[in-house]
Each structure stands twice: as structure tokens, then as C-alpha cells.
Design a protein around this ligand. Structure first.
Ligand code: ZN
Ligand code: ZN
Ligand code: FE
Length: 744
């Protein structure tokens, strides 16, 4: 007899019925049951059938299952007369919770089958698909512990729910039109609109209305993606003049608007159903949605309500997060009133919110820009010995996630967002409590940023636990080391916008040697003055002026700065008044972008830097392969020569796309130069790349290519976000090593 213990995501996704069916098929006897840490199987049968059984478990398991480990032992036969599914036995250990799953093909077929009792039912689901994370309140994952608890199953649903041979056996959110949640269309004063909610919603969208649609992890705000007028109204209401919107698109339409490959479609069709940033086929694709941007964020329908709404007449919808700026995604229509004309809502509460996840394909890699719905609350196994006590990592300030770790397993929160308002703090605090309860982790150590004024830092301090403040760029690099289980010093390239430095300056263009417990800063961009700190980030022309002035370069090429603004900055530089000092790579991009006159006012993160990147993709943008001169001075990379080179080119009226290329080439080459210098004194060949600037495709792919040419081994995160979404994970690991060394 075989005893098989399986760990991983094996609960709430039809794993036990799958085992039951498999055993019946092979005529095995025995039992299968959930434990708090996975699934256990006992199976009796002829040797070759048992072998087949194990193989089929590995190969044919339900798509949403993730087998982490499988422990197989032969033990003495017990008496079994048949194969049964036994009730769960509680024990210590943690259950892994499944993320929300996109609609499966079987349910999709039933959704449009007129003979099926769930024909056109917006809450159809089964063990392979449907809401999970978003509907769970308590564990064990059983109906009373979910937001379905107030819906009493009808006989039809109950029969399926209790039949091990049925696709809906123990599918906790199972429901039908007789017994389950219902759609409702509301006016924006929340009074009900008569008529079929789906038909009415589609009609209204096609008339140019803006409609809040309750989805899985929260509300989307939708409009017809081909209606420019509606898009403009939406931009005004959301106070979002030019930031790209995500578009939900029918599969049939995809090939007409963007380029993609097999890996991309696998991601789009995956159970996580993320947004993918794909290259537009022509600049004129869907005007107004991603202005001046050669890429478009796309996803496929993933909830039944999306499939019901979309058809030939409405094949593409703008689907942006339902929230006011910087607030978490809304889970109730209440309060969103002014943003939408109508609300397509329902009576199944969303208990845990999560935004859509965003992936960026790049060559053969796919990096994460936002890890949320479809991934949260999936965990990551850490290399052994990295974390010795239960630890909470609180993240930084932008794109915040937190990480909770019990030692071996790290649970990363969904994307929380920017910590700029009360609702974001509440979301952060509440989700930490939920994760602690579910995963039974009582932190004994807390890690946060070095920045004294961050909300996350003050929150960490308020816990009264041993505390480690972790340097931002060290956390960037260590998160990637942990993802790849690297156990030796690496060269870290950490390029981003802002991170508080050990010297209290704003770091962000850092070449370090990193270990888990310490790092050494080898090179950084020369400190440049940032007049007025954060306000300059919104006004790149001010950055350019300050950078040129302080480098002694003629600043007459900067246009678009008012006389007064120019004078204020000049005085600030002269008197060294209200200046911050930064080695930020993000700011260097802002500066060059502004020198080329690209973006006067930044209204979303990295806008100016992206404009510079996109110049290279201009039709006439052929890479001249040239670089600007640069200079290493001590531990600084002097950018003055580069800015001088750019100025000369502007004066010579060199095409902007050529200047953009040369600048990107220069950043890549001085980085490789720095890496080689570090290598020559340390012998290290593993190079880790992290930070928001790595979302620049030209920089990331250029660095990877050049590192390989120079025989280095580049490591780029794919499980964790490349931007500040990874910081909390790095913090957790560093804090543990620091603790061992210094006995916090
Ligand atoms: Zn299904
Ligand atoms: Zn029912
Ligand atoms: Fe960062």
C-alpha cells in the first residue's frame, strides 16, 4: 500500500475528487483526505497500477493545483473495501490558499448552453475555477467561512456539491440562478435600473456611458474602448490625463491590435488572467487609451460577467481599477458615485480585494510589474536557513506589498499601492491581520525601510517588536537572491527612482556587492541636486535645470520652464537652499527626457522616463550604437560628461531618437564598466538586476545581453515584482541575517 503526502495548492481546486476519479478508474482501494498542510492519500492495488496512479497525479492534476512536494512511502496494507473521500482532519501546519481562478472552459461552455440550468448565470464556477482568495473569511476553506455563507444551496447545486464524481464536488462558491447571487444594475444614485442587467449595461456602454463593474477582486470602471469621447470623460473623472488604461479584449480581436507570442498567450489564458503589456501593431490602435505609448495593457475576460457583457458589438472595454487616485481598489459601489454613470453590481461580497496583476514580456522573460489577483496569496519557498523567526516585512512607500514569513515559507501580500492616504493604510493594516490569522504567523521580528517618515516605518515601530531598518536597494537585490536561492555574494545593479540611503541622501543608481547580511556600495551615480525634493519629480524641467546648472553646463537648451521657475531654481542651487542630493537613475532619465523637451508635467510614475524610452522605438529610431563619454571618479559615476554630450547633440539638432538611443547605450555601457571594475577586485560573476528602471525594456534587455557577452550571469526576478513590490520580501530576509549577526 502506498501512503502519499502532497503539499502545495491542493485544496479548494478539486484535487480530492480528481484523486477519487483516478483511483476509481484504476480500480484502486483506499482513501484521500485534506490535512491542514495538504492532501494525504492511501492507495492499495497492483504495483503497476499504483505506479501509474502516481504518474497521473503528477501529470494530469487539475490546472489550478500546484504540487510543491510529494512524499511517497510504501506501508503495510490496511483494510479498504473501496476508495473514499474522508472528511478533513484538523492538525497543526498551514493550509495554502488558492488565488482567484479565471473561468474554466467547461464552465464557459455551460454559460452559453441554453439547456444548462446555469445558462447565462454570472456566478457559474466549479472546482477548477471561480473566486477563492476574494471570498474567504475563515479557514478551513468551507462554505460557512466564505462570503457565500448566506446563500443556501438548492437541491440541484447540493447534489453536485456532494457528488465526488461531479466537477462541483465541494466547490465552495457553487451556485445557480435559483439559489445564488444575482446581478443588479444601479444608477449612480444607487437606485435600481429596470431590465436585464447585462443587456442594459452593454447598451449603455455602447452609448458611451461609464459603468462600474463589480468583478472578482474589486470594481472596474469600464467604457467602450473604441469610444474616444467616453475615454476622455473617464480621464477627466479619474483625473488621469494620460496614464494608459488597461483594455479587456475578446480573444478573436487580440491579433488585430497587438503582437504576441506563445508565452504571452499562455499568460493571458492562465488561471491568473493577468494584464500583459504588449506591443501595438500600429500607433493608431485604440487612440486615447495609451497615448504616445507603443504598448497596450491587455487582458482577456476572466469572470463570467465579462463573457456575458462582451460580444461582437462590444469586443473591447477599457477596464481600469475602480478607485479614486491612490486609493485601493473599491469593493463596494458605495462612495464611487461620481466616477460612474451606472454600477453593475451583485450581492456576493468581496472580502479580500486585489487589483489585476500586470506582467511585462521582454525577450524570453516575463517580469512582474504588479503581483496581485491570481497570484495572492500564493507563497514562495525560501532557501533553507534564511529566515529563523516569524518575520513581517513592511515594504517601503510606493507600490507597497508586505511579506509575512514563518521561516520556510514567505507569503507576499497582494499589491497594496502607494501609502498616501488613510484607505491605503487601512488596507495595509487589515490585510496583515488576515494573513497572520490564515497562515498562523505571529511575527517576532519586524523589518522596514530606513526612511524615518514612511507610514510603513512608523507602523513597524508601533508593533513594539525587535526591529531592523533595511536599506532599500539592499532589499531589492536580496529579494532576487532569495528568489533564485543564491548563496554567495553577488554584484547588484539597483536602478530606481528613490530609496533612502545610509548617508540620508536619496539613492537610486547603485552598484553594490550584496550578501544577505550586508552590502557594500561600490559605485553610484554622482550626487545631483534635487530642488524641493518630491515636487521636482513632477516637474522634470526643474530637474534638468538643476542638473545642468550644477554641472556647469549651458542650460539654454531647456525650454518650457517659466522665467520665475528658472530663477527660483538658480537661486536654490546658488544658495544650496532646499536641495536634496540624489544618485537616482530615475531622475537622470527625467533630466535627459526634459532636456529633449518631452514631458512638462509628470502625471504618473515614470512618465518622463518612458517617453525617453519610447523615442527609441520611433519609426526612425535606429540605434547608432554610439555612447556619450562618461567618467568614473572614485566611487561616483560622473554624469556631467553625459549631459554635456546630450547638450551638444541637441544644439547640433541631432534627431531626438538618436539622442535617446545614445543615452540608453551610455547607461548600459557605464553599468557594464562598473560591473567589470567590481569583478576585477572581487571575482564575482553573478549579477542581480532590480529596481523600477529595469521596467525599461531597452535598459533591461541591453544589460542582459551585454552581461552575457562579458561572461557574467545575470539574474532578473520573475516571481517577485522587479519594482518596489519586492522590497518587503528582501527586508524579511535581511532582518533575519542582521538579527543573527547583531542580536537585535
Ligand atoms: Zn469551472
Ligand atoms: Zn442552486
Ligand atoms: Fe526601489
Amino acid at each position: 500500500m502506498l501512503k502519499i503526502r502532497i503539499n502545495g495548492i491542493v485544496q479548494g481546486i478539486g484535487f480530492r475528487p480528481f484523486i477519487y476519479r483516478l483511483a476509481s478508474q484504476l480500480d484502486l482501494k483506499g482513501t484521500v483526505f485534506n490535512t491542514s498542510s495538504g492532501v494525504e492519500i492511501e492507495a492499495i492495488g497492483p504495483e503497476k497500477d499504483l505506479q501509474k496512479f502516481v504518474e497521473m497525479i503528477k501529470e494530469d492534476h487539475p490546472p489550478a493545483a500546484q504540487i510543491r512536494s510529494m512524499d511517497i512511502r510504501t506501508i503495510r496494507d490496511k483494510k479498504y473495501s473501496s476508495f473514499t473521500i474522508k472528511e478533513s482532519i484538523p492538525e497543526k501546519g498551514i493550509t495554502l490558499i488558492s488565488p482567484d481562478l479565471s473561468l474554466c472552459s467547461d464552465c464557459l461552455q455551460e454559460l452559453f448552453d441554453v439547456k444548462d440550468p446555469r445558462y447565462q448565470y454570472a456566478f457559474i464556477n466549479c472546482t477548477n475555477c471561480g473566486p477563492r482568495y476574494s471570498v474567504i473569511r475563515d479557514l478551513p476553506y468551507d462554505r460557512p467561512g466564505t462570503s457565500m455563507k448566506n446563500f443556501k444551496m438548492c437541491d440541484y447545486c447540493h447534489r453536485q456539491y456532494t457528488d465526488p464524481m461531479d466537477r462541483r464536488f465541494h466547490a465552495q462558491p457553487v451556485a445557480c440562478p435559483e439559489c445564488g447571487p444575482q446581478l443588479k444594475l444601479l444608477n449612480n444614485d444607487y437606485s435600481e435600473v429596470k431590465g436585464d442587467p447585462i443587456e442594459r449595461t452593454r447598451e449603455l456602454l455602447l452609448k458611451g456611458k461609464i459603468i462600474g463593474i463589480k468583478g472578482i477582486g474589486g470594481f472596474h470602471i469600464a467604457c467602450d474602448a473604441s469610444n474616444k469621447k467616453a475615454i476622455n470623460i473617464l480621464r477627466k473623472r479619474k483625473d488621469r490625463p494620460s496614464k494608459p488604461f488597461a483594455v479587456m479584449v475578446l480573444w478573436e480581436k487580440l491579433s488585430t491590435i497587438v503582437h504576441y507570442n506563445k508565452a504571452d498567450t499562455d499568460h493571458l489564458n492562465s488561471i491568473a488572467a493577468p494584464i500583459l503589456i504588449l506591443k501595438k501593431k500600429t500607433d493608431s490602435v485604440l487612440p486615447g487609451i495609451a497615448p504616445d505609448n507603443p504598448y497596450l495593457g491587455l487582458f482577456l475576460p476572466y469572470a463570467p460577467v465579462h463573457y456575458l457583457l462582451m460580444n461582437k458589438k462590444l469586443p473591447m472595454m477599457v477596464m481600469t481599477s475602480g478607485n479614486f487616485q491612490d486609493e485601493p481598489i473599491a469593493i463596494e459601489e458605495k462612495g464611487l458615485g461620481p466616477l460612474c454613470d451606472y454600477y453593475l453590481t451583485n450581492d456576493r461580497p468581496i472580502l479580500n480585494r486585489s487589483d489585476d496583476s500586470i506582467l511585462m514580456p521582454l525577450d524570453e522573460l516575463t517580469i512582474m510589474a504588479r503581483r496581485s489577483r491570481g497570484y495572492a496569496p500564493l507563497s514562495m519557498d525560501l532557501p533553507a536557513g534564511k529566515v529563523s523567526v516569524p518575520t513581517l516585512g513592511c515594504g517601503a512607500h510606493l507600490k507597497v506589498t508586505f511579506s509575512l514569513c514563518n521561516g520556510q515559507t514567505l507569503f507576499l501580500s497582494p499589491y497594496i499601492g502607494n501609502m498616501d492616504n488613510k484607505k491605503a493604510f487601512d488596507f495595509f493594516n487589515e490585510t496583515i491581520k488576515i494573513y497572520q490569522k490564515w497562515f498562523k504567523i505571529e511575527p517576532q521580528l519586524v523589518a522596514c525601510d530606513l526612511h524615518p517618515d514612511f507610514y510603513t516605518t512608523r507602523f513597524a515601530e508601533s508593533l513594539g517588536l525587535p526591529l531592523v531598518n533595511v536599506q532599500h536597494h539592499h532589499a531589492h537585490i536580496v529579494s532576487v537572491m532569495a528568489e533564485y536561492g543564491i548563496n554567495e555574494p553577488v554584484i547588484g545593479i539597483a536602478y530606481d527612482g528613490t530609496g533612502y540611503g545610509l548617508d540620508k541622501n536619496i539613492w537610486g543608481g547603485e552598484l553594490i556587492v550584496s550578501e544577505y547580511h550586508q552590502f557594500k556600495r561600490y559605485f553610484h551615480l554622482k550626487y545631483m541636486p534635487l530642488p524641493g525634493g518630491d515636487s521636482a519629480i513632477k516637474h522634470p524641467f526643474r530637474i534638468a535645470k538643476a542638473y545642468l546648472l550644477s554641472s556647469g553646463i549651458d542650460d539654454s537648451i531647456i525650454r518650457g520652464l517659466s522665467k520665475t521657475e528658472g530663477e527660483v531654481i538658480t537661486r536654490q542651487i546658488e544658495n544650496k537652499f532646499n536641495l536634496f542630493h540624489t544618485s537616482s537613475m530615475g531622475r537622470l532619465f527625467d533630466c535627459v527626457s526634459a532636456m529633449l523637451g518631452l514631458v512638462k508635467e509628470v502625471t504618473f510614475d515614470a512618465q518622463a522616463a518612458m517617453a525617453l524610452e519610447f523615442l527609441c522605438e520611433d519609426k526612425n529610431g535606429v540605434n547608432p550604437k554610439d555612447v556619450y563619454p562618461y567618467r568614473f571618479e572614485g566611487d561616483e559615476i560622473d554624469v556631467g560628461l553625459i549631459l554635456e554630450g546630450v547638450t551638444q547633440d541637441i544644439k547640433k539638432k541631432v534627431a531626438l531618437s538618436i539622442i535617446a538611443w545614445k543615452f540608453h547605450n551610455t547607461v548600459i555601457e557605464f553599468t557594464i564598466d562598473g560591473v567589470k571594475r567590481i569583478h576585477s577586485s572581487t571575482g564575482i560573476t553573478k549579477v542581480v538586476l532590480s529596481g523600477g528602471v529595469m521596467q525599461n525594456r531597452i535598459i533591461l534587455s541591453g544589460l542582459i545581453r551585454r552581461l552575457k557577452e562579458e561572461n557574467f550571469l545575470p539574474y532578473v526576478p520573475v516571481k517577485l515584482p522587479v519594482n518596489d513590490g519586492c522590497i518587503s520580501a528582501g527586508q524579511v530576509i535581511i532582518a533575519n541575517h542582521f538579527r543573527k549577526d547583531r542580536k537585535v
